[in-house]
Design a protein around this ligand. Sequence first.
Ligand SMILES: Cc1cc2nc3c(=O)[nH]c(=O)nc-3n(C[C@H](O)[C@H](O)[C@H](O)COP(=O)(O)O)c2cc1C
Length: 184
Amino acid sequence: MKIVTIVGSLRKESYNMHLAKTMQERYQEKFDIEIADIRSLPHFDQDEENNPPQAVKEFKESVASADGVIIITPEYNWSIPGVLKNALDWASRVDKVFIGKPVMALGATPGMLGTVRAQMHLREILAAPGIQAKILPPGGNEVLIGFAHQKFDEQAGQLVDEGTLSFLDSKVEAFIDFVKSRLH
Ligand SMILES: Cc1cc2nc3c(=O)[nH]c(=O)nc-3n(C[C@H](O)[C@H](O)[C@H](O)COP(=O)(O)O)c2cc1C
């Protein structure tokens, strides 16, 4: 199973990137996770959407060829960061690589609300006509990691909180079942 992960933070010591790397290692027997390079994406420009820069082509190809996408994002000002919205805007045009794609969303913040407002915005965006992703249904499947500074080992760059890891294990299993159900 091929999974592409999109991380909505460019920060070197990003908790959300640490989470992506933790998942890449912890679930390596379950799926291949490639972490998309969204730093290289230029600002979306509708004049270029039919013949976009190489970085955009590569990003769209990796989403198109994935069985599922994991989006891991901080919350910026009660929404998703611009870099993530920019990536989704590129993906939403011309070949519309997210249509029907299974998506799991997660987020980490030092704050207490665990990126819930960003996640709610993200769900709206993923339902837009140019995106139409198939997001893992809510109702127990949201992964909202608050108080991230207490749950990550910043030296090791890993999520280490046992309760969060075991919750994550069960949600990853739910996502794998969700992806498989859409493959058949
Ligand atoms: C521009 C900006 C806006 C932010 N807004 C929020 C917010 O609305 N909610 C929140 O929980 N944290 C907010 N934060 C704090 C981030 O959660 C924190 O910087 C976090 O570490 C960013 O994720 P990262 O570690 O993956 O880079 C904001 C940070 C920045 C830089």
